[in-house]
Design a protein around this ligand. Structure first.
Ligand code: ADP
Ligand code: MG
Length: 584
C-alpha cells in the first residue's frame, strides 16, 4: 500500500486543500454541542431570548462553514481518487506492454484484468477513505474528549467504557474478517478466468455441447464466492447492531448518571446533553478507525497484487543498445539450444537444437503437433530465453541486441493470425509506419491478399473489425503475412501460417515469396509436406529433438519419421514416385 503512495504525489496541493477543508468541517462540528449547552444553561434557563438568538445565529454560521467544508472535501477526494487510479492504470498498462511471454504465463490474462480493474478500485476506495478519515477521526476523538471533559468531567468514565467495548468487538470482528478477504480475491480471479474462457471458447463449448460442464464449473466457483461474500457481509453486518447498542448504552448511562447531578444543580441539563453528544462523537471516531483498519488490509491485498505486476522482474533483460556488431551476412543460428517452459513443466520441450538458416534459402521445420516447432520461433523472437545454448541472428547472440534492433530484423507471422481493429492498410503497415503505398501494395501482392482486397468496396481503406472478425481465417493469415513483409525484415519466420490457405494460394504465395526473399532468411514452420518440399533445408522435429535434416530427397532416403509424414499425406502411388525420384 505504501509503495503505491508515490502515485498520490502529483496531487499534493489538492490533498492539502482536502485536509484543510476536513479540519475546518470537523472543528466547527465539534463546537456545536458546547454552544447548545450554552443556550440551554444561559439562554433558556434564564429566559434570555437575545442570548438565544445571538448564539443561535452563530451556530447557523458554523453550520454554513461545515457545509462548505463538506462540499470542498468531497470534491477533492473524488478528484484525487479518480486521478490516482487513472495514473495507476496507465502505469500497469505500460508495464504489461513490456512483459515477455513467460511473464504473461505467470500472471494469466484473467488475473491481469482483475488487477487492473477490481484491485485498483479497492485501493482507490481505501485511499479516499484514508485521506478523508485519517485526520477527521483522531481530531474528532481528541477534541471531543477534551470538550466532554470540560462540560462534564465526572462522567468521562462512560466514554472510557464505550471505547473499551468498541476496541474489544473490533478486534474480534477484524480477526475473523481478514483471512476471508484473501480468499475472496482468489475466487474473483477464478470467476474472471472462467468467464473469459467461456467467452473466447464459446464456439468450442457449443460445438462440443459442453455447456453443462462449463455451467457446473462456473457454478462451483460462483457458489464458493457467494458463500465468502455472505460470511464477509454477515461479519460486517454485526457492526451495525453493535454500534446501535453502544450508542444507546452511552445515552442511557449519560442520562442515568446525569440525573443524580441534575437533582442538585439544574444548570447541569445543558452540560449533560452536550456530554452525550461528545461521547457519541468519540464512539463514532473509534468506529471510523475500526472501519479504516478493516479496509486497509483489504486494500493491502489488492495493493500487493498491483505491486506484483508493477515490480515484476522480467526474466528477459533487453539491452538498451545493441552491443557488438552483427555480421552483414544474414543468418539465424541455433547452437545446442535446450528449453523448458519453467517451474510447472520441468521437462525440456526442446533438446539440443542446432541448425543454421542462411540468406536466400528457405529453412523449413516440420513435425507433429507438440514437437516444439512454435517454441523454436518463440525463442528466436525472444519471447523466452533458452535454458541452454544460444540463438544467434547475423552471427550475434540475440541477448546482445536491443529489443528494437532485433524486432526490426524479424518479420514474424504467428500461428493464429491476429488483426487489430482499424483498416486493411493500418493492419498491413502495423510494423512500419513510415511506409509508402508501393510497399503496402507489394506486401499485399506477395501475400496473395491483393486479390481479395481489390474486391473489397473500400480497398485498402476497408474496415477491419475487432479481432479481424469480418475476414475469413485464410484472409486473416494472408494479411498477417503482408504485415510481416511490409516491415521489410531481414528474417521472415512463418509459424504454420499457410495452414488456412488452399493449396493453390499456398503455392502461388510461396513462388512469389521465393522471388522476394532472395536476400533474406526465410524460416517456415509447416505441417504440409507440399508447403516445404522445395525448401533448401528441412528440419524434422520429433518430441523436441531434431531427428533429420536435409532437403526433401535426402530426408526421404535417410529419415524414417520424414518418410512416415510423407506417406501419411500422399497416396501410395505418389509416395512411391517420390521415393523413386529421391533415389534417382
Ligand atoms: P508445435 O508448435 O510443434 O505444435 P509447441 O512448440 O507449440 O509445439 O509446443 C511444444 C510443447 O511445449 C508442447 O508439449 C506444449 O504442451 C508445450 N508448451 C507450449 N507452450 C507452452 C507454454 N506457454 N507453457 C508450457 N508449456 C507449453
Ligand atoms: Mg505450433
Amino acid at each position: 500500500m505504501f509503495k503505491l503512495a508515490k502515485f498520490l504525489k502529483p496531487y499534493w496541493w489538492q490533498i492539502i486543500i482536502l485536509l484543510a477543508a476536513i479540519a475546518l468541517q470537523t472543528w466547527y462540528t465539534l463546537q456545536l454541542p458546547a454552544m447548545m449547552a450554552d443556550i440551554v444553561n444561559n439562554g433558556i434557563s434564564k429566559s434570555d431570548s437575545s442570548y438565544i438568538w445571538q448564539t443561535g445565529g452563530k451556530m447557523l454560521l458554523y453550520v454554513i462553514f461545515i457545509i462548505i467544508g463538506a462540499i470542498i472535501s468531497s470534491f477533492f477526494s473524488a478528484k484525487i481518487g479518480a486521478g490516482f487510479s487513472r495514473d495507476l492504470r496507465k502505469e500497469i498498462f505500460v508495464k504489461i506492454l513490456t512483459f515477455s511471454s513467460s511473464d504473461l504465463d505467470k500472471f494469466s490474462a484473467a488475473s491481469l484484468i482483475t488487477r487492473t480493474t477490481n484491485d485498483i478500485n479497492q485501493v482507490q476506495q481505501a485511499n479516499i477513505l484514508i485521506l478523508s478519515m485519517m485526520l477527521r477521526a483522531p481530531m474528532m476523538c481528541i477534541v471531543a474528549i477534551i470538550q466532554a471533559f470540560n462540560t462534564a468531567p465526572k462522567m468521562t468514565w462512560i466514554i472510557a467504557l464505550a471505547v473499551a467495548l468498541i476496541i474489544f468487538f473490533a478486534i474480534l470482528i477484524l480477526s475473523a474478517l481478514l483471512p476471508k478477504f484473501k480468499i475472496f480475491q482468489k475466487l474473483l480471479d477464478k470467476i474472471t478466468l472462467l468467464t473469459r474462457e467461456n467467452l473466447t471458447g464459446f464456439r468450442v463449448i457449443r460445438a462440443f455441447n459442453n455447456e453443462e460442464l462449463e455451467k457446473k464449473k462456473f457454478e462451483e466457483a460462483n457458489t464458493e464466492l457467494t458463500r465468502t461474500i455472505i460470511s464477509i457481509t454477515k461479519l460486517i453486518g454485526l457492526a451495525s447492531p453493535l454500534i446501535t447498542f453502544i450508542f444507546n448504552g452511552v445515552c442511557l448511562l449519560s442520562v442515568w448518571v446525569g440525573i443524580h447531578y441534575l437533582s442538585t444543580d439544574m444548570s447541569y441539563l445543558g452540560n449533560m446533553m452536550a456530554f452525550m453528544q461528545y461521547a457519541l462523537q468519540v464512539a463514532m471516531s473509534f468506529f471510523i478507525l475500526t472501519f479504516l483498519f478493516l479496509s486497509i488490509p483489504r486494500a493491502n491485498v489488492s495493493a500487493k497484487r498491483i505491486n506484483e505486476v508493477l515490480h515484476n522482474k522480467s526474466k528477459i533483460h533487453w539491452k538498451n543498445k545493441t552491443e557488438g556488431t552483427p555480421s552483414r551476412n544474414l543468418s539465424v543460428e541455433f547452437k545446442n539450444v535446450s528449453f523448458s517452459y519453467g517451474p510447472s513443466s520441468e521437462e525440456n520441450v526442446l533438446e539440443n537444437i542446432t541448425f543454421t538458416a542462411k540468406k536466400g534459402e528457405t529453412t523449413a521445420i516440420i513435425g507433429p503437433t507438440g514437437s516444439g516447432k512454435s517454441t523454436i520461433l518463440s525463442l528466436l523472437m525472444r519471447f523466452y530465453d533458452p535454458t541452454e545454448g544460444e540463438v544467434l541472428v547475423n552471427n550475434l547472440n540475440i541477448k546482445n541486441y536491443s529489443k528494437k534492433d532485433l524486432m526490426s530484423k524479424i518479420g514474424y507471422i504467428p500461428q493464429r493470425g491476429f488483426l487489430f481493429s482499424g483498416t486493411v492498410e493500418s493492419n498491413i503497415n502495423f510494423g512500419n509506419h513510415e511506409t509508402d503505398d508501393k510497399n503496402t501494395e507489394l506486401a499485399a501482392k506477395i501475400s496473395q491478399s491483393k486479390e481479395f482486397i481489390d474486391k473489397l468496396e473500400d480497398g485498402y481503406k476497408s474496415r477491419i473489425a475487432r479481432n479481424g472478425d469480418n475476414v475469413s481465417g485464410g484472409q486473416k493469415q494472408r494479411l498477417s503475412i503482408a504485415r510481416a513483409i511490409a516491415k521489410q525484415p531481414e528474417i521472415l519466420a512463418f509459424d504454420d501460417s499457410f495452414s488456412a490457405l488452399d493449396m493453390k494460394t499456398d503455392k502461388k504465395l510461396r513462388s512469389e515469396l521465393k522471388q522476394y526473399a532472395k536476400d533474406i532468411v526465410t524460416i517456415i514452420v509447416a505441417q504440409r509436406i507440399n508447403t516445404i518440399k522445395d525448401s533448401e533445408n528441412i528440419i524434422v522435429l520429433d518430441q523436441g529433438r531434431i531427428v533429420g535434416q536435409g532437403n526433401h530427397h535426402e530426408l526421404l532416403k535417410k529419415c524414417k519419421i520424414y518418410r512416415e509424414i510423407v506417406k501419411s499425406q500422399y497416396s501410395e502411388k505418389e509416395y512411391q514416385k517420390e521415393l523413386k525420384n529421391a533415389k534417382a
